[in-house]
Design a protein around this ligand. Sequence first.
Ligand code: SF4
Ligand code: SF4
Length: 477
Amino acid sequence: MNDQIPVKNVTPVKVHKPKSAEQGKRRSARSRIYVRAVQGPLETFRRFFGLFFIVLFAGIPWIQYDGHQAILLDIVNQRFTIFHLTLWPQDLTVLAYIFIVSAFALFFVTTFAGRVWCGFMCPQTTWVYMYNLVEEKIEGPRNKRMKLDGRPMDADKFIRKFLKHSIWIIIATLTALSFVGYFTPIGSLFVDFFTFNTSFWATFSVLFFAGCTYGNAGYMREIMCTHICPYARFQSAMFDKDTFTVSYDAKRGESRGPRPRKLSHEQVKEKGLGDCIDCNLCVQVCPTGIDIRNGLQYECINCGACVDACNGVMDKMSYPKGLISFTSEERLEGGTTHIVRPKLVGYFVVLLVMMGLLIANIATRVPLEVDIIRDRNSLYRETNTGDIENVYTIKVLNKSQSTNTYVITVSGLADHSFIGDSVVTVEGGNLSTTPISVATSPDNLEDSVTDIAFTVTTTTENGEVITVSESTKFLYK
Ligand code: SF4
Ligand code: SF4
């Protein structure tokens, strides 16, 4: 019986050359990484989480709410619809709060558990994983893929490559259609795209994002994570000694090296060997091609593939699991991880405050905006009857999703007359512009400038009365 675990050293063709601890060098030029498939609880979790994320991403634009697309970020008309909420450029504060909340959520999670966003939730990781899966199904496992790429083109290779790229292109196109469907009605987008009736910009957007998906997930892969994504660069600013990251327990693992499988754990220790059998599996499964045994590296996306791979090896060797694990530097040094610590608490408190402000902002948001613009051509004019008249333009923006009727009144001016529409009906998400003249006798004006206010009132579908007042000046002399 073979007394070593059945792992072959396969480096015959142009494969990535993992760094060894002894070399301590980075690769100077990129060589392709052939990721070995791995099995384990973290991998299963990522698989289901990725599937959930993909279904969510592709499904959200198809959700209908109250007769319209529930989430539609209509950039052309500068209108973002999120269920019953319609956001306009004037609602930038809401968008700013959403970004701030997202940023602090990311800071908090990164401080607590390192780059788990990258390893489990980032679209780049999810799509690369999907592309890898297609590649593996068509071209076979890692060793087969390396051999396939190393041999000259033949019919079998051509068919496999053709099939793989065709499926990649289909995935990229569907991804781009789903993505563009967040910005334009998705139902008609799909129909128009497949009947060649989309506008130039819609076609351009779909092809552009399809190209990005195909390029990123098919070719760029780990380069995006290690060289382009800025998050990889500044994440270390959030790390501390208590952050959970994927780490190799060098004290336990070294000195590494192969050994007969029949040796017990104690016998191995007596020989001065650590628990690492130097099988290189942790490197072969790493999507960014690093050797975690070299210590914390910015390329590590905390995906845990090496944890699963190494735990599998430890199982086979009947060693305790956890030679590579999600742990903190503090714990590796023999201390205790501090979960509650000032930095983490600080991020959490700011996150809660920002979420509170976001909720308050949305809850107190008035679905009506009024803007008064004075006529700039003349300060005032005298009518035939001797009254003083000022001209205004009233803009009423209906920020709700239903058609509403608005009543416009003026206050602050005694015995005035009002020329123009005092009642306007505005469709949901539309703007009405109404010219209005206000006139009064000069006897009613004590000053050359009188403060007045326009009040716009409406009753919504559910009986709620909304009133917005805007101040302006009435000028004379
Ligand atoms: S998988 Fe585990 S045992 Fe194998 S080389 Fe990596 S750390 Fe060592
Ligand atoms: S070192 Fe491990 S956790 Fe980090 S990217 Fe590679 S496989 Fe994932």
